[in-house]
Design a protein around this ligand. Structure first.
Ligand code: NIG
Ligand code: FE
Length: 421
């Protein structure tokens, strides 16, 4: 008697990353949203019968991408700044003149909650179709209580609408808003005493992030904000050492942050601090690329120090509009010196660790959520070589097919999931 399961992915060429080396010709049985069994195709076919079946011959099966760092909810757009930068303008200079994050704050404050949801939806659809099955989204373009809550409620609405996992981060400390630039201490107090308690009361975020950077929040302010978050159950994350060595890695270590992100300018002491505290270094090479900087984060030094890195898109309206984790993995091989296998691991298991979700997703293992991407290539070398071109053959989130390149259907929870494959 065979056990009937929701989905069988049969005879894949290669399966990666997983907990054991499964040779060519493996099959995966999926049921109830989870991976029930992985093994040689013949053995799995003898034990399970799939309601639906995908033919994996000649194909690579990877875990779904975990994009652990995005700012994909925002009002308006900033293409003008991009054009200025390409003509020689500088990101920090543009920001100091009221552009950058503060420009997005004005446009986000002017948008309704529904406008924020509607403009973010196509971004999320594209990201899901590109294989991201877990996506973190930060607030931080509101910078006053009501506007931050509006952003977080938009994130919550999107998470209810989409069949992938969406993780919410409060980032009231993304920038000092125009109205508090004369009294930054008061803005820090508002974050700690008004915003964080309210966000926690409404259960609107899991993490609290701070832009610890020259000209933005200094180390002391960052620690104050992250500790206030911790007192209300929000786990810390840090934008650290992005544009200058600003002590962000040490801040992340001191508060026991889950991740320290960017790290383009991290120092040897910063790397030691991250290692000692078990902070996940999260590299965002799309931002370095997009800002046309030459100093990519020192990925090899981090790896040589024994740290397991994550990579993520940083999708936002200014410093990086790249949405595809495969594209980011390609940049990581080209500019961070990762091998294709290391890049895929950083985009899957690395991202899961950066969100404290390594027990749920990030690898193809029995018992884990069935977040899977079937690629029409035989291995990760071919995949990365074609990073600007490849789209997934099929994307599966919690056992459900959410993208199928044959029908080009991107499945949301308001659609039925019984299209042919
Ligand atoms: O991660 N570094 C700070 N925040 C974003 C930039 C956001 C923006 O330019 O709007 C980042 O790169
Ligand atoms: Fe960011």
């Amino acid at each position: 008697m065979k056990t009937s399961v929701d989905l069988m992915i049969e005879n894949v060429e290669r399966l990666f990353p997983g907990h054991k080396e499964v040779c060519k010709g493996a099959s995966v049985a999926v049921d109830g949203g989870r991976i029930q069994a992985i093994g040689p195709a013949q053995k799995i076919a003898g034990l399970f019968d799939g309601t639906r079946t995908l033919d994996g011959r000649g194909k690579l099966l990877t875990a779904g991408f975990v994009d652990s760092h995005t700012h994909l909810v925002f009002g308006g757009e900033r293409s003008g700044e991009f054009v200025l930068r390409c003509a020689g303008g500088d990101y920090e200079q543009i920001a100091s003149e009221g552009g950058g994050i503060r420009a997005s704050v004005r446009m986000t404050r002017a948008a309704t909650l529904q406008q924020l949801v509607d403009s973010a939806r196509p971004r999320l659809q594209r990201m899901m179709a590109a294989g991201s099955t877990t996506i973190e989204i930060k607030s931080g373009y509101g910078l006053d209580l009501e506007s931050e809550l509006k952003m977080l409620r938009a994130i919550r609405q999107l998470s209810e609408e989409f069949p992938i996992e969406i993780v919410s981060t409060f980032m009231g400390a993304h920038e000092i808003p125009d109205e508090w630039r004369h009294d930054r201490a008061e803005y820090v107090r508002i974050i700690c005493e008004q915003m964080i308690p309210q966000v926690a009361r409404e259960g609107l975020a899991e993490f609290c992030d701070v832009f610890c950077e020259r000209g933005v929040f200094d180390s002391q302010e960052s620690i104050q904000i992250l500790q206030a978050g911790q007192e209300h159950g929000l786990k810390p994350k840090v934008h650290a050492d992005e544009l200058a060595a600003s002590g962000g890695s040490q801040v992340a270590a001191q508060v026991g942050a889950v991740s320290a992100d960017h790290l383009m300018e991290v120092t040897a002491e910063g790397i030691e601090a991250l290692k000692g505290a078990g902070v996940v270094p999260t590299l965002l090479p799309g931002t370095t690329f997009y800002l046309r900087k030459s100093g990519y984060a020192p990925a090899r030094s981090l790896i040589d120090a024994g740290l397991e890195i994550a990579i993520a898109t940083d999708r936002n309206p200014g410093s990086c509009t790249i949405e595809s984790m495969l594209f980011i993995a390609g940049l990581s091989v080209m500019h961070l010196g990762l091998t294709p296998s290391e890049a895929i691991v950083a985009a899957t298991r690395g991202g899961a660790r950066a969100l404290g979700r390594e027990a749920q997703c990030g690898t193809i293992e029995e018992g884990k959520r069935a977040d899977l991407i079937l690629w029409d290539v035989p291995d990760e070398d071919v995949l990365i070589h074609e990073f600007a071109n490849q789209v997934p053959h099929v994307v599966c989130a919690a056992g459900r097919i959410v993208f199928d390149s044959h029908t080009a259907i991107t499945d949301r929870s308001d659609l039925t999931s019984d299209q042919g494959v």
